[in-house]
Design a protein around this ligand. Structure first.
Ligand code: ZN
Length: 447
């Protein structure tokens, strides 16, 4: 039986990694400070407050104790420039293990039931996101683009997310960065980054258990072949513009009656929708002497009452398509669209602006910080899945902003022995009845 995944357990997973980060400095007492720098940056992302560490230094001076220590396990609270200097030389892949430890513990603790059993077992959405761009600020790991004699610097990553239909929470897995590759003159790109991720991580999953979801960019024969070679499945958006040979074949098959058409009526909770499917088996992904043969499915969803077009998309997949399985396939394949929005939330709205605290760095800092930010996001998701008290507090303080606002204010003025003590304080003060497991009633005027 896996240990309960509470905040202290999560923190110990993080501490196990940050206590062993490679430290190239020669001063004594060095491991310690490096761990404090990583935990300090993590804490800033976790509470979503750029001034969290400054407030805790103030509290330490006035009261001899502070929340950075009690909640996050820092020995000493480093300053922002110290954090920048300490974390800049750390290769970001050093922070990968906690992603996998958390995923394994969620899986083994049976917290991921809702995520299992879709198109095999797991759905993993691949989404590339550019999370930094500038014309001035740059580092050794930036990718560069020259347009009209101007150089643009950027950071992009592929964030693989375990997703499930109807499940708003996504489980962040170890990301892969688009970055200059040793010994490769060509600019790196999202597709090559996804290839590296797959080469490195596919074997973590049982054969056939993982279905990768992605946009048209991934629907590329060499990548699909790699997915199959690594014993995974795929369901990638497949657009006519980028797959002329496949759509030529679909046109020919349509005339010859080789494309099956199915229409279904579905109640979406508010209105009836008409789902029209067209699908074909074994069509060539590209014009080639050795094309990869894929199954193809298109769906058009309209409002039954008005005829309004609500959604249209098409996918290429190696999964077998049958009439009875079309709905489940499309629902699963569409999950990617949702995850894209969630992911944008993670990187754009979930406090990545906090990098301004620490700056961009010269070596790896920009990547190390986003690893810590993604871990903070993963920890919050995990608590939401595993910790009833946390979930009740979050539900009560519906808007994300309010939850963090309260956490920031409380940790600024009050000292808590542990994260659990803080959540417990909020839980009690919000008068959330411990005897009633149902979601609390909606309050008015609760910020
Ligand atoms: Zn950079």
């Amino acid at each position: 039986m896996a240990p309960t995944l509470n905040f202290d357990r999560l923190r110990s997973i993080l501490v196990a990694t940050v206590s062993h980060l490679p430290d190239r400095r020669t001063r004594p007492n060095r491991i310690y400070e490096l761990a404090d720098a990583a935990l300090g940056a993590f804490a800033v992302f976790f509470v979503q407050s750029p001034s969290f560490l400054a407030h805790q230094r103030d509290m330490q001076r006035s009261r001899g104790q502070n929340n950075a220590q009690s909640l996050f396990g820092l020995e000493q609270v480093p300053s922002d420039p110290q954090i920048r200097n300490l974390l800049d030389p750390i290769p970001p892949e050093q922070l990968a293990p906690p992603f996998w430890r958390v995923f394994e513990q969620l899986r083994d603790g049976d917290y991921l039931k809702a995520y299992q059993g879709h198109l095999g077992l797991w759905l993993c959405a691949l989404d590339g996101t550019q999370y930094f761009s500038s014309q001035q600020i740059h580092c050794a790991q930036c990718t560069t683009r020259v347009v009209n004699e101007r150089t643009y610097y950027a950071h992009t990553l592929v964030a693989p997310l375990i997703v499930a239909p109807g499940e708003h929470r996504v489980i962040a897995l170890e990301p892969e960065f688009v970055r200059p590759q040793d010994g490769n003159e060509k600019q790196d790109c999202e597709l090559r980054a996804a290839e590296r991720w797959l080469q490195r991580n596919a074997s973590r999953f049982p054969a056939g258990a993982l279905t990768l979801l992605g946009d048209d960019l991934y629907c590329h024969q060499p990548f699909c072949e790699l997915v199959l070679a690594r014993h995974c499945h795929f369901a990638f958006t497949c657009k006519p513009d980028s797959h002329p040979a496949l759509y030529q074949e679909i046109d020919l098959l349509t005339k010859a009656g080789g494309v099956s058409e199915v229409s279904q009526r579905h109640w979406n909770g508010q209105r009836y929708e008409i789902w029209r499917y067209r699908y074909a088996l074994r069509v060539p992904l590209r014009a080639d002497t050795k094309p990869l043969y894929v199954n193809w499915c298109e769906v058009t969803i309209t409002n039954e009452a008005t005829g309004e077009l609500l959604y249209r998309n098409a996918w290429a997949t190696d999964h077998a398509l049958t009439e009875s399985g079309l709905h489940d396939f499309v629902v699963a394949a569409r999950t990617r669209w949702k995850s894209e929005n969630e992911n944008n939330n993670v990187l754009k709205n979930y406090g990545y602006h906090l990098e301004h605290n620490f700056g961009h760095g010269q070596q790896y800092l920009a990547m190390v910080l986003i690893m810590l930010n993604l871990l903070a996001f993963l920890f919050h998701t995990t608590l939401d899945l595993c910790d009833e008290e946390y979930r009740r507090v979050r539900t009560e303080l519906v808007a994300r902003q309010t939850f963090f606002h309260d956490v920031q204010a409380l940790t600024r003025y009050l000292y808590f022995d542990s994260w659990q003590a803080l959540i417990n304080f909020m839980f009690t003060r919000l008068e959330l009845d411990t005897d009633s497991p149902s979601p609390p009633r909606k309050r008015t005027k609760r910020r």
